[in-house]
Design a protein around this ligand. Structure first.
Ligand code: UDP
Length: 458
């Protein structure tokens, strides 16, 4: 066989394989998203349920809209929870039994992971589902995925959501589980078929702190921009009973010390009067987040801000657009933030964001265009930034407009899901062709051509 013949033969083979994969309904690949501790159908905004839950759910829904079949696996946290919840045609949440059916903090979940793997394998066997790829989320699911990959040879994509070496890098007494977490976080980078980093900063952290090996692709988180941009400021304020001339400083998120709510409260104590501080988010009374909320409430009292501060508690995703739109500015004062969905949700509503100059926030908030970036842990710098935007309505309006356009063009779920889907397809095609090469016993030359072609597609 001459070179050209081989080249075209391999091209045709790959093309026909691609066609046969997409034409036959029964061969439509099924993707498994695994999020052991982040149930995509959980109430968001309270302890343990935040950006990861939203990421997995929105990605699953968007992939299903593209015609994919997606099963999102998580751990059952309550005996009354249904095993299978269909969120949309082609997109389901599946709750597996692993450990007691109750809330368990992430740091205590590791011992139940082997049970989760067995439950996953049983589910697959019982239902006859054959998964084309697994996409794991957070290091706990990474461990599960590596186990499944070694047993079934499935391609694996991983999203970190948080990196132990960054989160606990300077901490004197990190949680006991950190050593194991660090090992898993290194193994997953080196062994997964691809790691998705949600920001260039995260990709840099992975290279500097975790490993030089492994393939990384930067694909940001996406949000439903239409949903978050669906309410006007006037309507939102009417709906929430906020006067049209009030100045609203907004925080949305969990009460976790690393979110830096304390810095925001201290910054507000430095501002002149005439504003209201809305702290949106909440937690169970028995959770660790609740302790932080009590600490913040005590600080608000100590600094004499009680009369101007509103603790709304957890707000549903359905109602959040009104809060974002009602805010004059949204502040994200985190000490560390791998991505920070809240920043893009607020911008989608046309609200400028003032955020710490850390992690993913450095890439989602454009300093001087969609809001401002300030050094973390610096309440004076934050107060100056808040004041500069609040006292200049023209600037506030121009930041808000730019923010909305920026998020629509970069961070819509459909655009982000298209990139993820393309990555999945390149990996499943790879596996599919490997199988053909193995079973059809192709000539070594043709096999080499196909391998080269696949590499150029990856
Ligand atoms: N959130 C919510 N209700 C609340 C507070 C927060 O639904 O009362 C959601 C918010 O819309 C966002 C998520 O919780 O989608 C927080 O994600 P982010 O990435 O900002 O932080 P994480 O919690 O992952 O650290």
């Amino acid at each position: 066989m001459n070179f050209d013949y081989e080249y075209f033969a391999s091209l045709n083979l790959v093309k026909s394989l691609e066609n046969s994969a997409s034409e036959t309904p029964n061969s439509q690949p099924i993707y498994a998203l695994i999020s052991v501790h982040g149930d995509p159908t959980a109430e968001i905004g309270r302890e343990g349920a935040g950006g990861q839950n939203v990421y997995v759910r929105e990605l699953g829904l968007a992939l299903a809209k593209r015609g994919c079949q997606v099963d999102m696996f998580t751990r059952r946290e309550h005996p009354n929870q249904e095993e299978i919840v269909e969120l949309a045609p082609g997109c389901r949440t599946i709750r597996l039994n692993a450990g007691p059916a109750e809330f368990i903090t992430r740091n205590d979940l590791f011992e139940y992971l082997p049970e989760f793997v067995e439950a996953w394998l049983n589910f697959q066997k019982r239902t006859g589902r054959s998964y084309a790829l697994i996409h794991t989320n957070y290091w706990l699911s990474a461990w599960v995925g590596l186990e499944l990959k070694s047993r079934l040879g499935l391609p694996q994509v991983h999203t970190y959501h948080s990196i132990g070496a960054v989160k606990y890098g300077n901490m004197e007494n990190p949680p006991q589980i950190t050593a194991i977490r660090n090992c898993v976080e290194r193994a997953i980078l080196e062994q997964a078929d691809y790691v998705i980093s949600t920001s260039p900063q995260e990709a840099e952290d992975l290279r500097q702190l975790i490993s030089q090996h492994g393939r990384i692709k930067v694909i940001p988180c996406g949000i439903n921009t239409e949903h978050f941009g669906s309410v006007s400021k006037e309507v939102a304020r009417q709906q929430l009973g906020i006067a049209s001339d009030s100045q609203i400083i907004l925080y949305v998120g969990r009460f976790d010390p690393r979110k830096g709510v304390e810095i925001l409260v201290r910054a507000c104590a430095n501002l002149l009067s005439g504003f209201q501080l809305y702290l949106v988010g909440g937690s169970r009374e028995d959770g660790a987040d609740f302790q932080e909320q009590l600490r913040i409430q005590a600080l608000v009292k100590e600094l004499g801000l009680e009369a101007v501060t509103v603790f709304t508690g957890r707000i549903s995703q359905a109602l959040l657009p009104a809060y974002y739109a009602a805010g004059d500015i949204c502040v994200v004062p985190s000490y560390y933030e791998p991505f920070g969905l809240v920043a893009i949700e607020a911008m989608a509503a046309g609200t400028p964001v003032i955020a710490s100059n850390v992690g993913g926030l450095q890439h989602t908030v454009v300093h001087g265009e969609t809001g401002l970036l300030v050094p973390p842990r610096d309440s004076t710098a934050l107060a100056i930034a808040i004041h500069s935007v609040l006292q200049n309505p023209t600037l506030k309006q121009s930041y808000g407009n730019a923010a909305q356009n920026w998020v629509q063009s970069r961070f819509s779920t459909q655009g982000v899901a298209a990139q993820v889907h393309e990555l999945y397809q390149s990996l499943t095609l790879d596996t599919f062709v490997q199988e053909i090469i193995r079973t059809k016993k192709l000539t070594p030359d043709l096999e080499k051509q196909i391998q080269t072609l696949l590499k150029s597609k990856a």
